[in-house]
Design a protein around this ligand. Structure first.
Ligand code: PDD
Length: 283
């Protein structure tokens, strides 16, 4: 099946989708993106992703070009056209095409909208069986990380550092505390079985999977602490994991080369992953 993408109002073959060089997303990273998972052909926790898309756009003054219902229609049609059973739908909105000038273009400049799908084994991910290895890197980002901006250079460098180290993810660190993963939310489980993750603020992205996992953990009467945790505490943790739309709950088995627990995905992590998959399947 040939790949179909969405560009500014039309479903087009991937090879024919073109963006003008004056697009502000290209020149300034002046745009917002979202990623929703698809499992068994259905979007997972999608309305929460669309609400975050709307909020991110509002925070930088880009008009949301679509209603929630329109977005859902576009995502569903794109997934269908690509025969997507398991993977992700990517959505991006930029401030549009205008002569290069830092300040906003005229108010009637239409935002550019791009969407595409990627197939991915999320539930049957081999990495989820063995657990991921993670390194820590300095958090080099700007101060509004709650906005899901396409300006991802610091995350690109963090992920490349992980790739160069032969591991799956990099956790970013500021003032000795873990902020989040390069494309995920970071969690540890203490030796007395408390789930710890950083509280929401402008220092990190409000993960949609994070919110669902905290909800599931609370429903299962598990102890949760939303607080900062240091790299040292993470090195000493009984378990660790990270969450994202594209990984769900991913066990972490080593951090900076130090083995966590017995070096296998921890029991609490496996339970949360199972609960999340069950929720995603229930729709
Ligand atoms: N990344 N933190 C950062 C910096 C992220 O980029 C992401 C998601 C998350 C997890 O958020 P959520 O649970 O809402 O997916 C946390 C997406 C998947 C990406 O960039 O591909």
């Amino acid at each position: 099946m040939s790949r179909t993408v969405y560009l500014n109002g039309s479903f087009v073959p991937f090879e024919e989708a073109r963006i003008p060089i004056m697009d502000r997303g290209f020149l300034f990273a002046d745009g917002i993106y979202e990623v929703s998972a698809v499992l068994d052909g259905r979007l997972v926790d999608n309305e929460a992703h669309l609400a975050r898309l709307d909020r991110s756009l509002g925070e930088i003054g880009i008009r949301n070009p679509h209603t929630i219902a329109e977005w859902i229609g576009l995502e569903t049609e794109l997934a269908e056209r690509n025969g997507l059973d398991e993977g992700v739908v990517y959505m991006q909105v930029t401030r549009g095409v205008a002569e290069r000038d830092f300040a906003f273009p005229p108010a009637d400049t239409p935002p550019s909208v791009v969407m595409f799908t990627q197939k991915k084994a999320i539930v049957s991910s081999p990495l989820a069986e063995t657990g991921a290895r993670v390194i820590t890197v300095e958090d080099l980002r700007w101060k509004r990380r709650d906005i899901k901006s396409v300006a991802l250079l610091a995350q690109v460098l963090a992920k490349q550092a992980a790739a160069a180290a032969g591991v799956a993810e990099a956790w970013m660190v500021e003032d000795g505390a873990v902020t989040e993963g390069s494309s995920s939310t970071a969690f540890i489980v203490t030796k007395d079985r408390r789930i710890v993750t950083r509280p929401l603020s402008t220092a990190l992205l409000p993960g949609i999977t994070r919110a669902a996992v905290l909800r599931l953990a609370s429903e299962a009467d598990l102890a949760i602490e939303e607080r900062l945790f240091s790299v040292e505490e993470a090195h000493d943790a009984a378990e660790a994991f990270y969450t994202s739309a594209s990984a769900f709950v991913m066990p972490v088995v080593s951090l900076d080369g130090r083995t966590l627990g017995d070096g296998h995905p921890g029991p609490l992590t496996r339970r949360l992953r199972a609960l999340y998959i069950e929720m995603a399947r229930a729709g």
